[in-house]
Structure formats: structure tokens, C-alpha cells
Design a protein around this ligand. Structure first.
Ligand SMILES: NC(=O)c1ccc[n+]([C@@H]2O[C@H](COP(=O)([O-])OP(=O)(O)OC[C@H]3O[C@@H](n4cnc5c(N)ncnc54)[C@H](O)[C@@H]3O)[C@@H](O)[C@H]2O)c1
Length: 451
């Protein structure tokens, strides 16, 4: 029987000469990006969708830390009040445009790239139009929420010769780096199956149901909005493409699964009774960016988690068969007492178990624990703790890759439209499978141009 030992990484290196060669590829943290010199001309950027992601990660942080590389030239949003709040917060003199004037923004400001950070279902419209007007695109995930959106993006990319980057920051997380390197080392042999469990707790999970994400028409469901991160991670780890998807899902907790409901927390008569009551007035940021802009579009950032119109599944199981034979068994639950992930890869030679703890209600030694077990051999565990910064430092690494010139990319982390579309299509296929009970052939949903 393999004896399992708990040890830190130093002990592990000392004890296991067999694995010493592999330590070079173990979770040491990501290599530091090479120093990038300021280019002679800066990348001119316009952004559409000035909500929290646009204002922070792709706004303020760009202006503050990437000023040598990029120049923000235009901002656009369907909510003119939010647009002005965003401009102030970002700290830019870029001109602002309402959504109906998107074309005018491109014409007047001539950006090289357009960053798309609107609600998910609006991504396609701006991605396509930006390319038609001669711009490259950096799109937040998911690239698209519907099959026809995916096709139009692909066709436009081919027709215009412009390029889309998709912001899969999960590829830049420490655990992703560690898993990818272990797979590439060959220690596990060929990967036969992956079990991936996504745990969203009653805070994080509920936050989706308070916002636009709870409605499929906006987000394509959490299977597209949220799980596209995870499907892309698996596609990228395996360097393989999905063939078949079969899924089961339910809205088992939020939405109409309660006896009372209101419009939004601030006006609700059940504040004392509801466990999900959130006093948004205590968040100055949220009040400025959303609360004071409500009259323009009627969007409530503190929407009711029991809204009868919520239809995005909070409980789902998805099976994916890949073109290299690997089987993925994925599950997501959005109302758990704790948060995190459990990812296990079973290969011909062994198994890798990864447990990610995030915002746990109890203390853990590390926020990520890994166990590598060899068939008929040892089992070793170690922990890693990601640095501070958006998504464990992953956002900064991704921005370096996308915004600084000549960044090395040995693990192929930079993701284009094909990766974006394949991850969205797994979620869309899962949705179709839930609705029809059928197994969905993913590559039949789309016509990829010949490579
Ligand atoms: N990669 C990540 O880790 C990560 C994290 C958060 C959000 N995101 C993505 O970023 C995007 C924005 O999310 P958010 O949390 O900032 O949401 P948000 O609600 O704060 O912002 C969305 C903005 O889009 C605007 N908008 C909506 N429809 C529009 C339209 N048709 N035209 C122009 N503007 C429109 C809204 O007015 C709002 O200002 C989403 O696609 C989301 O999936 C990614």
C-alpha cells in the first residue's frame, strides 16, 4: 500500500530523490514575467462596459500600472451615469460615449484594441462590431453565451483578420500552473479522467443570484458565465477539445424556491427574516457605481435571490468526453456552507488531488493543497499559498501577457477565440442537454475555419 505522508515542500525535496527532477515543475509560483520595455507607441484602448470589472481590473489598474504600455482613449456604457462614475474612478481623461455611440467612439478615438466588459450576453455584439471597425478585441469571459454568437465572432475574425483575446485569468493561477507542469512532466502518464467540483458558498454563490447573472438571458447560466473558466482550464490542461456533453441541472435553491420575495433588498419588507438580506447602503462603492445609477436602466445590484424570473441552475453535473479520450466529470453547487474546489486527475501512472480553499469559515494551513500519488508508489502532499492581488495575482500576470510586448508564453496561456468559444460551447451544450435530456455533440454546433 502506498504510504501517505504529510510534508512541506522542503521535506519533500529532501526525501524524495525520485521527484527531484520534477520539483522544477512543481508549484513554485509562476516565473516572473520578463522585463518589458516601454514600447515606442502605446496600445490605444477603448472599453465598453464600465461596471466593476471594467472600472477596476481593466480601468483603474490599467491607468495606474500600465501607463507605459497603454493609453485609455474611450469609455462606453449603456448607463450614462455609471459611465461618468467610472471615468472618475478610473482616473482617466478618456472621452465617454453612450452605448448607441459605440461606432462614433471607435471612429473618433481610433483604438487599437477594444476591451469588452459588458454583461455576458452583450459581448458578441461589441466583439463583432469592434473587429468590423478595424480593432482587435480583449473580451472578458465568457466570449459568448449563444451558439450563433460564437459563429458570428469566428466568421468576423476570419473575414476581418482582427484578433480576439479572451481573459481566462484562471490559466494564470498558481494551481493551474502547478497542475499543467505536473501533467507535462509525465508523472501521471496519460490523463484518463478528471473530477472537478466547484463549490460556491452562500455568499459568493448568492451574489450571482442578486445580480444579472441569475438570468440565463444575461449570463447564459452559471454553466457559461462561471463554468466557462473551468471548462477552459480543463481544455487547456489537456490540450484537447470537447466532443460530447451530457448534463443534468436544477434550480434547487434560489429563485422560486422560497415562500417570500421582494424586488431588491433595500425596499424589501422581509429584511428581518431573510438570511440573504444585504444592506447595500453600507457599501459606498456599490451605491456610487450602481445604486445612484438605477434610475437610468432599472438595474438593482441588490436584487432578490428569490426573484421568480431567476432561471440559472444552481446545481449541475456535466460529463464531457474529449477528443483524446479523457472524460471530465464536473459539478457545481452555488449554496454551500464553504467555498472552493476539488480537482482530481487520474492518469495511467497515478493521481493528482488538488483542494482549493477560499474564504473558508475555518482556518486552513494553506489555501491550496496538492497530493501526488503514484500507482504502487508514494503519495506526497504539499501546500501553496497564492500571493495577494486580484484572483491570487492571476489578473496581473494576465494583464502583463496581454498588454506588455513580447511576453514569453511557454505554457500557452494566452487564449484566443477558439479557446473562448470551446469553453462557452461546453456550457451552452450542457444547457441544451439539461433542457432536452440529449447528449450534445459540441463540434457539430459550430463551423470552425480550416486550420
Ligand atoms: N475574469 C474574471 O475573473 C471576471 C470577474 C468579474 C467579471 N468578469 C466579467 O466581466 C464582465 C462584466 O462583469 P461585471 O461584474 O463588471 O458586471 P457589472 O454589472 O458591474 O458591469 C457590466 C456593465 O456593462 C454595462 N452594460 C450592460 N449591457 C450593455 C450594453 N448592451 N452595452 C453597453 N454596456 C452595457 C452595464 O451598464 C454595466 O456597467 C462580465 O462579462 C463578467 O463575466 C470576469
Amino acid at each position: 500500500m502506498a504510504e501517505s505522508k504529510r510534508m512541506n515542500r522542503r521535506t519533500f525535496i529532501g526525501n524524495s530523490s525520485k521527484f527531484i527532477a520534477a520539483t522544477a515543475i512543481l508549484p513554485m509560483g509562476l516565473s516572473h514575467p520578463v522585463f518589458a520595455k516601454s514600447p515606442k507607441t502605446k496600445l490605444k484602448i477603448a472599453m465598453v462596459g464600465t461596471g466593476i470589472r471594467g472600472t477596476s481590473t481593466w480601468g483603474k489598474e490599467l491607468v495606474e500600472y500600465y501607463g507605459d504600455f497603454v493609453e485609455m482613449v474611450g469609455l462606453c456604457d449603456s448607463n450614462y451615469k455609471r459611465l461618468e462614475v467610472a471615468k472618475k474612478r478610473i482616473g482617466t481623461s478618456a472621452k465617454t460615449y453612450e452605448a448607441k455611440d459605440f461606432d462614433l467612439m471607435i471612429k473618433e478615438t481610433r483604438p487599437d484594441s477594444v476591451i469588452v466588459t459588458t454583461t455576458d450576453s452583450a459581448h458578441e455584439k461589441y466583439i463583432v462590431r469592434a473587429m468590423e471597425l478595424g480593432c482587435n478585441v480583449i473580451s472578458e469571459k465568457p466570449i459568448a453565451t449563444e451558439v450563433d454568437h460564437c459563429q458570428r465572432i469566428l466568421d468576423t475574425e476570419v473575414r476581418t483578420g482582427q484578433k480576439v483575446d479572451v481573459t481566462f485569468n484562471v490559466r494564470y493561477m498558481m494551481e493551474s500552473d502547478a497542475i499543467k507542469k505536473i501533467i507535462l512532466s509525465g508523472d501521471l502518464g496519460k490523463i484518463i479522467s478528471i473530477d472537478f467540483q466547484e463549490y460556491l458558498d452562500v455568499n459568493h454563490g448568492a451574489s450571482y443570484y442578486r445580480r444579472w447573472h441569475g438570468k440565463i438571458k444575461n449570463s447564459g447560466s452559471l454553466l457559461v458565465h462561471k463554468a466557462s473558466h473551468h471548462f477552459d482550464m480543463v481544455n487547456w490542461l489537456l490540450d484537447a477539445e470537447p466532443l460530447e456533453v451530457k448534463a443534468t441541472g436544477r434550480l434547487a435553491y434560489y429563485g422560486n424556491n422560497n415562500s417570500f420575495r421582494g424586488r431588491n433588498c433595500r425596499t424589501c419588507t422581509f429584511q428581518n427574516k431573510c438570511k440573504f438580506y444585504w444592506d447595500m447602503t453600507k457599501s459606498k462603492n456599490s451605491m456610487e457605481l450602481y445604486g445612484k445609477c438605477e434610475d437610468v436602466d432599472g438595474y438593482f445590484r441588490d436584487g432578490c435571490v428569490w426573484d421568480n424570473e431567476i432561471d440559472s441552475y444552481d446545481t449541475s453535473v456535466v460529463e464531457v468526453l474529449y477528443n483524446n479520450g479523457t472524460i471530465l466529470n464536473y459539478s457545481m453547487n452555488a449554496f454551500m456552507p464553504y467555498e472552493g474546489q476539488r480537482i482530481s486527475l487520474t492518469g495511467e501512472k497515478g493521481r493528482l488531488d488538488v483542494r482549493i480553499f477560499a474564504r473558508q469559515p475555518w482556518k486552513t494551513d494553506h489555501s491550496i493543497e496538492l497530493r501526488l500519488s503514484k500507482n504502487f508508489g508514494d503519495s506526497i502532499t504539499w501546500g501553496i499559498t497564492p500571493p495577494k492581488g486580484g484572483h491570487g495575482g492571476a489578473d496581473d500576470k494576465m494583464k502583463d501577457m496581454l498588454l506588455k510586448p513580447n511576453q514569453p508564453d511557454p505554457l500557452n496561456k494566452r487564449a484566443g477565440s477558439r479557446a473562448g468559444i470551446l469553453s462557452s460551447l461546453i456550457g451552452i451544450a450542457a444547457r441544451q442537454s439539461i433542457e432536452t435530456g440529449e447528449k450534445i455533440e459540441v463540434l457539430k454546433l459550430i463551423r470552425f475555419p480550416k486550420k
